[in-house]
Design a protein around this ligand. Structure first.
Ligand code: NAD
Length: 331
């Protein structure tokens, strides 16, 4: 299928091109993010392939439909960026890559936790400056600490398994209970998870229910000095509230791989540019905040699987087969 691929980087081509060759799909790569300004590039393409920060609003979907697009292959798991009701009305089908490597995201989550605890980001620069003093680098044992996992699907479960290996006590909150997770820890009400956890890690999708799940009210219930890690979606955390909680010490450590306004920042080299997002800049001033730019998924294994499943989705759509990874409007 002739497909316009948006938000393409060299690493995307490296994995998508061989997968397309094997399956006979014709990919046309655009570096641009999909926005109201760039959507005309998709005119005449029956399919487009997009990533996490490509907008698929009603306005953009309407332009895509008018240009003949019938299928959207998301090369990611999350689909909060898609107006699914509009897509259904416009008869555009949408498929995603539901599980490419939960290990990649879980391992990065735990990397953020460990780095924050042992202050590796500070130790790295300190040692390079021949400062071998340990003051300020004191950490704690993960063994015996209570970790609250919000969202116990594929990534939450993988994260829980790693933390169980460290000897952490695990508390879970989810709208559905995962029997495998239940063997590693206890499901508790959200309030109990918030009050009892030393570390809270977010692995639920971004929905109207989870928007700003971490905000003034939930932060106030947590243990002072709590560690929060978000590798899920930026808008699960109210950045303004997090900054206030960092200033007061209520948050002791904050690890973010995602940020609610990341679309204007991440996946690009802005090193010569003055950042205009004051909240983001403020976050970077805290010594106990560690931000990575949506790289949790970024392993060779994950990119190989994303390319393979994306091509399979294109093939199924083109040949009218059952679209096993179709994303539908939630009932
Ligand atoms: P999943 O669908 O397997 O699991 C999500 C879990 O969240 C499910 O168990 C679901 O029941 C639960 N959930 C839904 N609504 C909830 C709510 N209101 N409160 C509590 N739990 C709720 O998804 P996954 O593959 O584990 O991915 C989790 C999230 O990770 C995705 O939604 C995506 O946004 C994010 N993600 C991030 C990256 C990255 O690179 N940073 C990569 C992949 C996925």
């Amino acid at each position: 299928m002739r497909t316009a691929v948006f938000s393409t980087h060299a690493y995307d081509r490296e994995f998508l091109e061989p997968a397309a060759q094997k399956t006979g799909h014709e990919l046309v790569f655009f570096e641009a993010r999909l926005t109201p300004q760039t959507v005309p590039l998709a005119a005449g393409f029956p399919a487009i392939c997009s990533f996490v920060n490509d907008s698929l609003s009603r306005e953009i979907l309407t332009t895509l439909a008018a240009g003949g697009t019938k299928f959207i292959a998301l090369r990611c798991a999350g689909f909060n960026q898609v107006d699914l009701a509009a897509a259904a009305e416009l008869e555009i089908r949408v498929a995603r890559v539901p599980a490419y490597s939960p290990y990649s995201v879980a391992e990065h989550t735990v990397a953020l936790m460990l780095a924050l605890n042992r202050k590796l980001h500070r130790a790295y620069t300190r040692v390079r400056d021949s400062n071998f003093a340990l003051d300020g680098l004191l950490g704690f044992d993960f063994h015996g600490r209570t970790v609250g996992v919000i969202g116990t699907g594929k990534i939450g479960l993988c994260t829980a398994k790693i933390l169980a290996g460290f000897g952490c006590e695990l508390l879970f909150y989810d709208v559905y209970q995962n029997p495998e997770a239940a063997t590693l820890g206890r499901y508790v009400p959200l309030e109990q998870l918030l009050t009892a956890s030393d570390i809270i890690t977010l692995h639920c999708p971004l929905t109207p229910d989870t928007y700003h799940l971490i905000g003034d009210a939930t932060l106030a219930k947590m243990k002072p000095g709590v560690m929060i890690v978000n590798t899920s979606r930026g808008a699960l955390v109210d950045t303004r509230a997090a900054i206030e909680a960092l200033k007061s010490g209520q948050i002791g450590y904050l690890g973010l791989d995602v940020y609610e306004e990341e679309a204007d920042l991440f996946f690009r080299d802005l090193s010569g540019v003055v950042i205009q997002d004051d909240q983001f800049s403020r976050l970077l001033t805290f010594p106990n905040v560690l931000v990575t730019a949506h790289q949790a998924f970024f392993t060779r294994n994950a990119l190989t699987e994303i390319a393979r499943v994306t091509m399979a989705n294109l093939t199924a759509a083109e040949q009218g087969e059952t679209l096993v990874n179709e994303v539908m409007v939630p009932r």
